[in-house]
Design a protein around this ligand. Sequence first.
Ligand code: NDP
Length: 330
Amino acid sequence: MGYQPDKNRYGTMEYRRCGQSGLRLPAISLGLWHNFGDATLIENSRQLLQRAFDLGITHFDLANNYGPPPGSAERNFGRILQEDFLPWRDELIVSTKAGYTMWEGPYGDWGSRKYLLASLDQSLKRMGLEYVDIFYHHRPDPETPLQETMKALDHVVRQGKALYVGLSNYPAVLARQAIDILNDLGTPCLIHQPKYSLFERAPEAGLLNVLQEKGVGCIPFSPLAGGQLTNRYLNGIPADSRAASGSKFLNPDQITEEKLEKVRKLNAMAEERGQKLSQMALAWVLRHENVTSVLIGASKAAQIDDAVGMLANRHFSAEELSRIEGILNS
Ligand code: NDP
């Protein structure tokens, strides 16, 4: 017999309403940016997806370019979906995106209707799906009219190829405009995916307020700053870590002594709270009422266990919050 999900999978996870929509997302979602491409053994990727679903994580986040090579995360996810998850498709929220460079020439990047529609068709083929639950524009395009990009998002919903649409990496002012256009088109923006963590505070400058005001959900990515907000780098750079992997997004030079000093203090504080630093960092992001879900990455199933363990201890006193600010500003 193949994979049988845990019968108690809905027992501990919390499901939070996404903005003013009818959709609820798990408080923790799993992203497939790393550890799902062809460079990873598919059995490891399979284990991560199974553990996540067993713990009630119903939302898996992809993009056309996740790999390496680009497209391979969707292809590998599609294979695991077919082999293990097909009977549970209606219990899953699968998202993908287009917006970064995907193929050569003028139609494989940014935000034109031409690119977005072709890219979603390719993503569906790679994953073997008829529709995705959420289709995102991955980053703003300074040259394509916003109206054209939003109309393309509206179009894929009308085609039935996506159930909902979202924005990612849109700053506050542009997000507001895009959300208004989508509302006018009759396809409300479900969700926004910004980078947000103890180390990355930009959304606090306006974006979180816009999303609250407009009733749009929020799913912060890299809430652990790629692993920096964990105990991973406290004693050097482990050979199996992201920073050692040659990733252009996290290299050993970024793990500075100044940062480590803060991480050590945050780690001590998490210990006082009786939890791991990774758990405190996730709880801190999730403390906002209008943060729907935190979008984590994982290289090992135990990291998913850690994330879900956070749910048991999520409250911060005002004193704790100001202590965190003190550490970050030290
Ligand atoms: P995180 O900040 O959660 O970093 C995840 C990494 O941290 C893991 O791969 C692991 O790295 C390490 N880690 C996780 N848990 C633990 C733990 N308990 N103890 C020690 N180390 C831990 O998120 P990501 O940067 O991976 O991003 C998450 C998702 O967000 C992506 O998969 C993607 O879906 C989305 N994303 C979206 C972007 C966008 O532009 N919209 C951009 C980037 C990401 P290690 O390999 O060292 O074990």
